[in-house]
Design a protein around this ligand. Structure first.
Ligand code: LLP
Length: 425
């Protein structure tokens, strides 16, 4: 991140705050979010994508401050539960700038969306049409997008590929379910179909799949115009923009992506005789990921004939990504300068299974010992938002850093929090 600076004694400052100071003040494990980095990334998107609705995908990470920052920067929000929606709205986030997603929206999700007046609801399945139409109050109309399956394989891991035919999201164009659903939506007086949506997958590092999606969705828009005589005014291309987790890894270049997508959209629409729809994009990871840093304290070091295991005070309950997707992080020692030779180590968590590995085969100083602090960069997306309470370990706090100040955004989950939910016996 641009606001990371090296300090004396091997310390590192983010947002002008030394990481050792954060660890002393808030304890470990802890997550910090660099406010300036989040805001800068929002601005990069708005600049790269003019005349586009840029929605931050809240699933990457949401707390009230995060909602407030992206709202102030002028982004909208993509939510996929009543929880995300209600939290955002309590910060004053205008519901009209919020889009609700989900392949299996609960009655509560829909009720909450309609009551608060979200801007768009994305219809993901045939069965949702009647359910939503029945829930819309008589006399009013809910704007909807329909999520289609473009039939494109893209994404950093099979578990996060959502553009192919054989997965749970969306309506297939190939087998006609999308076209069928569209006809039914157009028959519902309570629903106003404003556009198509697709989300290809996550951690995508090339722009090709997006250009292909533009062509396929514009193709469908042209068929909709032929059949129904309407031109849909919006096209939502979802998120999925990949970032680098380690130096040297590929990230998707947002400015280039935006230029190519806009050119492809203009060209495809011209060829199909369609007015160019308003574009919507939904980045999550690319906004939150690089702005976050996880801080851990080393609790034990075990040397075997094959390996050195450095165990820290967090693990798969705050960062399930290595276990789920085989992602490789690069923790670094902070808070002291070591002159020891680098050694190959595996950084593991504190949880009760061997798969609780945060980083395998990385280099740390050979004198890394209990009490040392490790920082894991690029920890802002899909860590805490996917955190679990495994082993009844409380979730870490979230601390904002900006202009040399640190402030607590989300406090650490205490044993009392955990105990208080347990009401039986
Ligand atoms: N829009 C929709 C409809 C989505 O489902 C998602 C992510 C996004 C936007 C934002 O995608 P992003 O720009 O963040 O890639 N837990 C996984 C990622 C799951 C992504 C789910 N959907 C991980 O840690 O890699």
């Amino acid at each position: 991140p641009h606001s990371t600076t090296r300090l004396a004694h091997g310390d590192l400052a983010v947002g002008g705050v030394p990481l050792t100071e954060i660890a002393d003040r808030f304890g470990t494990p802890a997550y910090l979010l660099d406010e300036a980095e989040v805001r800068e990334r929002c601005r990069t998107y708005l600049h790269a994508f003019p005349e586009t609705d840029v929605l931050y995908a809240a699933k990457a990470f949401l707390c009230r401050a995060m909602a407030h920052w992206v709202e102030e920067e002028g982004l909208g929000l993509d939510v996929c539960s009543a929880g995300e929606l209600e939290l955002a709205v309590t910060t004053g986030f205008p519901a009209s700038r919020i889009v609700l997603h989900g392949n299996a929206k609960s009655p509560e999700d829909l009720r909450s969306a309609l009551r608060l007046g979200v801007g768009r609801i994305v219809i993901d399945s045939a069965s949702e049409i009647a359910r939503l139409a029945a829930a819309v109050p008589p006399g009013s109309r809910q704007k909807v997008l329909v999520r289609v399956v473009p039939g494109i394989a893209a994404g950093g891991h099979s578990k996060i590929q959502t553009g192919t035919e054989d997965q749970k999201f969306g309506l297939s164009i190939t087998d006609g379910s999308a076209q069928h659903a569209i006809a039914r939506i157009l028959d519902q007086p309570g629903l106003e179909l404003v556009g198509l949506h697709c989300h290809l997958g996550s951690q995508i590092t090339t722009d090709k799949p997006y250009l292909c999606a533009v062509r396929r969705l514009v193709g469908l828009m042209a068929r909709i115009k032929d059949h129904h005589g309407i031109t849909l005014p919006e096209l939502d291309l979802g998120g999925g923009h990949g970032i680098a987790y380690r130096p040297g890894e590929d990230a998707l270049a947002i400015t280039t992506l935006a230029r190519k997508v806009r050119a492809e959209l203009a060209e495809s629409c011209a060829a199909a005789g369609l007015a160019v729809p308003r574009l919507i994009v939904e980045p999550g990871r690319a906004i939150a990921g690089p702005a976050g840093v996880a801080l851990y304290r080393v609790l034990s070091v075990k040397r075997t004939s094959d390996r050195t295991f450095v165990a820290v005070d967090g693990g798969m309950s705050d960062n399930p990504r290595p276990a789920l997707y085989g992602v490789r992080y690069l923790p670094r020692l902070i808070g002291r300068r070591s002159t020891a030779a680098p050694a190959r180590v595996t950084v593991v968590g504190r949880h009760c299974e061997a798969g609780d590995v945060l980083a395998s085969d990385i280099q740390l100083p050979s004198d890394t010992h209990p009490g040392d602090l490790l920082a894991v960069p690029v920890a802002g997306a899909y860590h805490l938002s996917m955190a679990s309470g495994y082993n009844l370990v409380g979730r870490p706090p979230v601390i904002a850093v900006a202009d040399g100040h640190a402030r607590l955004l989300v406090r650490r989950e205490s044993l009392e929090d955990i105990r208080s939910r347990d009401v039986g016996l």
